[in-house]
Unconditional design. Structure first.
Length: 140
């Protein structure tokens, strides 16, 4: 697997775009408590539930055309949190439409290298910008 959390993330999104279940699952830690939440979906705990959900997505859609448009990364010694703005292509009767999804991907450095332990994706609030990049230094 990748030498960094960014490498694992790149592999995860490559797997989504290719509809490659094995590539997507190779990014995940081999732990019972890994978690995935798809937009509008339930919390899935454990590799078998996560694998089944991605298998169903790929069976339905074939591939998931998504790219990371913006990344905000927070690193610690053995963990990395990536807040990403995904740009997905959604197929409609009128043709493909682009939509944004907000996702948080959490990675741990394991004996096998960096691995994903959480993927939580949700749509932004309709009518609001999906990202505010410049936050004032004083919030109150």
């Amino acid at each position: 697997m990748g030498a960094t959390s960014k490498d694992v993330e790149a592999s995860f999104y490559e797997g989504l775009r290719a509809g490659d279940l094995d590539k997507v699952m190779a990014c995940w830690a081999d732990e019972d408590d890994i978690v995935c939440i798809h937009p509008g979906g339930p919390r899935l705990i454990g590799a078998s539930n996560i694998r089944a959900s991605f298998a169903a997505l790929f069976a339905n859609a074939g591939t998931i055309p998504v790219d990371v448009e913006s990344l905000h990364q927070v690193d610690a010694v053995a963990s990395s949190v990536h807040h990403v703005l995904e740009r997905a292509e959604v197929r409609t009767q009128q043709g493909p439409v682009h939509a944004h999804v907000l996702a948080t991907n959490v990675y741990y450095k394991t004996p096998q290298g960096w691995r994903m332990v959480v993927h939580h994706a949700s749509p932004p609030i309709p009518g609001q910008a999906p990202e505010v990049a410049h936050v004032p230094k004083v919030l109150h």
